[in-house]
Design a binder for this molecule. Structure first.
Ligand SMILES: [Zn+2]
Ligand SMILES: [Zn+2]
Length: 308
């Protein structure tokens, strides 16, 4: 399929919600991933399982993939790293792929490279090294390290597109990151997985668009009571445990309000919302907490920003 290369050249900022779901698999939403095209660069933020297929579904220019930024190494954020590297290389990427993340990114990258090593070899043997360069199949890991927990680090800066990383609170995962992206006066904030903190409010300040994780605890607790009745104790425990390191939709709406963001997009949506009634319950009360525009994230949604 012919990719939309023109997106790279129109001078605008394009955002693609490739995966709006969380760790609970369902037929509506795949796991975390956001694509961004600006300043002739194509970036991915997280590559959760199943999300890379939407790069093809949305006809994004895979061969121009410049870099991937990981928030942390929970599997719902990294599962498609091997696919992203392999398929962008097969599509004609003419450089190794840069992968940024917190401490530990080197191990994750090495592990995926190892798992895909045989596949890389098959493709070189089959199509020839003239078009399948061994060198370009590589990934290069970049560890983002912090001196203090409150700082914001500029980790990518090309053609006016700036990506800053900051630390978030997702214990016991340490460090876990969020990202703030700036381009031509527009600001995008991505929370990653986290609880709400005063530092997070600062890092999301005045964003034109905030992609915030949110897990509905009301809905999760309904599932937990059902599970307890059925003696599914293991399931009930896991769903109880995850409530201490995420935000619920109301908290995310408070974050958006306190950070004065313009538009809030819910992502990492958990539990799966299979009916309209479930969507309503997930969003219940958020409009009382946040005055701006609220969007329930769905896979393959697009957002576009002009120069300010
Ligand atoms: Zn996580
Ligand atoms: Zn997650």
């Amino acid at each position: 399929m012919i990719s939309q290369k023109k997106l790279l050249r129109d001078g605008k900022l394009h955002i693609f919600l490739l995966g709006s779901g969380g760790p609970m698999n369902n037929d509506k939403r795949v796991a975390s991933s956001i694509g961004l095209i600006a300043g002739k660069q194509f970036l991915l933020f997280d590559v959760g399982p199943g999300s890379y297929r939407n790069v093809d579904v949305m006809r994004l220019p895979a061969e121009n993939l410049s870099a991937i930024f990981l928030t942390h190494f929970h599997s719902d954020h990294i599962g498609d790293l091997g696919e992203a590297n392999m398929l962008s290389w097969v599509n004609g990427r003419d450089h190794p792929l840069d992968v940024y993340g917190p401490k530990g990114v080197e191990r994750v990258v090495k592990g995926f490279e190892m798992a895909y090593k045989l596949d890389t070899g098959y493709r070189i043997a089959h199509h020839g090294s003239d078009i399948m360069s061994q060198e370009n199949a590589k990934m290069i890991s970049h560890t983002i390290s912090f001196e203090t927990t409150t700082e914001r680090i500029l980790c990518f800066n090309r053609n006016g597109l700036k990506v800053f990383a900051f630390e978030v609170e997702h214990p016991p995962i340490k460090p876990a990151l969020g990202y703030r992206i700036e381009y031509k006066g527009n600001v995008i904030a991505i929370t990653g997985d986290t609880i709400k903190t005063t530092d997070l409010i600062t890092h999301c300040k005045n964003a034109d668009i905030l992609f915030s994780e949110a897990i509905s605890y009301i809905m999760l607790n309904n599932i937990i009571s059902g599970a307890q009745k059925l003696n599914l104790e293991r399931y009930a425990k896991i769903l109880t445990d995850i409530q201490n390191y995420h935000m619920n939709p109301l908290t995310a709406a408070e974050l958006a309000q306190e950070a004065h963001v313009k538009k809030l997009v819910f992502v990492h949506i958990t539990p799966p919302l299979s009916t309209e009634k479930a969507e309503k319950l997930y969003l219940k009360g958020v409009d009382e907490k946040f005055d701006g525009e609220i969007v329930l994230g769905k896979d393959c949604m697009k957002f576009q920003f002009e120069e300010k």
